[in-house]
Design a protein around this ligand. Structure first.
Ligand code: C5P
Length: 219
């Protein structure tokens, strides 16, 4: 049996930073499931699919050829034979992913891919439904969160550091909207699994959070 750590939580809670760090320390692979929903969203926008038409989203999603590979330990998301890592972080793709991820038929396809990866490899997997749906028997489940203000400020600083334009109020609003959609959808809504450990990172450093998760895993 492979080892599995599931990390769920709202947008901007630091899941990917923490998951990467923890996976590196444990020698597990890091699976960023949000990147798969983003690649799917990119595929659907290229096909001009209306994100509010659930039937069309579910139908067209079936023909997307999404695979994952690892290059120098980094997860690369492939759409057909195209590496789309550089194309899936835009605000447009974020918005499309947040909308299209509501559709159950689309989710089923990506969940299957995620479960296959975790069958053969030791994984730290992050997302919204990992502890509740994808890996219900994970060795450790973490629900990572922080206040909306803290999450928005972190994202703001990240964007400014990259030389991007950013408006704090807009980021906060975007985070709230995405959380609302994730928490209120019918298919696999974002919620803390009964057996998940809640970690509020508002007043913790990245290292402190990673150390806490490793300590929980080892005990
Ligand atoms: O985590 P990230 O922001 O990259 O995810 C992009 C979008 O994909 C989220 O806004 C969320 O709606 C969706 N998602 C999901 N289930 C997952 C991971 C991401 O619904 N396991």
């Amino acid at each position: 049996m492979s080892h599995q750590i599931a990390i769920d939580g709202p947008a901007g809670a630091g899941k990917s930073t923490i998951a990467k760090l923890v996976s590196g320390k444990l020698g597990f692979i890091y699976v960023d499931t949000g990147a798969m929903y983003r690649a799917m969203a990119l595929y659907l926008s290229r096909m001009n699919v209306n994100p509010d038409n659930a039937d069309e989203v579910g139908e067209k999603a079936q023909s997307a050829e999404i695979t994952i590979k690892y290059v120098d330990g980094e997860q690369v998301v492939m759409l057909g034979d195209e590496n789309v890592n550089g194309l899936i972080r835009s605000p447009e793709v974020s918005a499309m992913a947040s909308r299209t991820s509501q559709v159950a038929r689309l989710r089923e396809k990506l969940v299957e891919l995620q479960q296959k990866l975790a069958e053969t490899e030791n994984v730290v997997m992050d997302g919204r439904d990992i502890g509740t749906v994808v890996l219900p028997n994970a060795d450790l489940k973490i629900y990572l969160t922080a206040s909306v203000q803290v999450r928005a400020m972190r994202r703001y600083k990240e964007m400014i550091a990259k030389g991007q334009e950013a408006v704090l109020e807009e980021i906060e609003k975007d985070i709230e909207d995405r959380d609302y959609r994730d928490m209120h959808r019918e298919a696999s809504p974002l919620k803390q699994a009964d057996d998940a450990v809640l970690v509020d990172t508002s007043d913790m450093s990245i290292e402190e959070v990673a150390d806490k998760i490793i300590e929980l895993y080892n005990n």
